[in-house]
Design a binder for this molecule. Structure first.
Ligand SMILES: [Zn+2]
Length: 161
């Protein structure tokens, strides 16, 4: 699907709502795909716009040096990513918003772990709106979901390349 402007998913919480992800965002997060045995999990936040019922992801942050990364675990430090989110929000005239989270998995057909689901429950319980969650697999297949009120559902499997 590379080359197309957006990756589409339907929001399971909102039948008419689409999740749009710019191909440049997929290209960016795939740079952190765990293709080698030694590579560690990576992650960051997703930034973009809420347009009516639709969620449009236009940017992702890279892992910060403060994040704790291992083969099967990624723990994001809130502060560096939050700073970038706040800057983007200011610079965009308050149009670019925090939309969710991404991280990599060392598997070709990625699924959320129990740790992921526990973490996402916490994140969605603090958010007032629907959030996007993306797990980047190591073979151009990714898991895309949305969450609200402690529930996260799969929206699509994204195949690229
Ligand atoms: Zn995970």
């Amino acid at each position: 699907m590379r080359g197309l402007p957006v990756i589409l998913g339907e929001n399971p919480f909102n039948p008419d709502g689409l999740i749009l992800i710019e191909a440049s965002v997929i290209d960016f997060v795939e740079r952190y795909a765990q293709r080698s045995i030694a590579s560690t999990e990576a992650g960051g936040i997703l930034l973009g716009h809420r347009k009516g019922k639709h969620l449009h992801v236009v940017c992702a942050t890279e892992p910060s040096t403060a994040d704790r990364r291992s083969r099967f675990r990624f723990q994001r430090e809130i502060e560096p990513h939050q700073t970038i989110a706040t800057q983007a929000w200011r610079q965009s005239g308050q149009k670019m918003d925090y939309l969710g989270e991404w991280h990599s998995h060392p598997e070709s057909n990625p699924h959320p772990s129990n740790i992921d689901l526990t973490e996402w429950k916490k994140i969605t319980s603090r958010a007032s709106e629907c959030l996007v969650f993306l797990i980047v697999g190591n073979a151009n297949e990714h898991w895309l979901g949305t969450g609200r009120d402690r529930t996260v559902l799969i929206a699509n499997r994204v195949v690229s390349g």
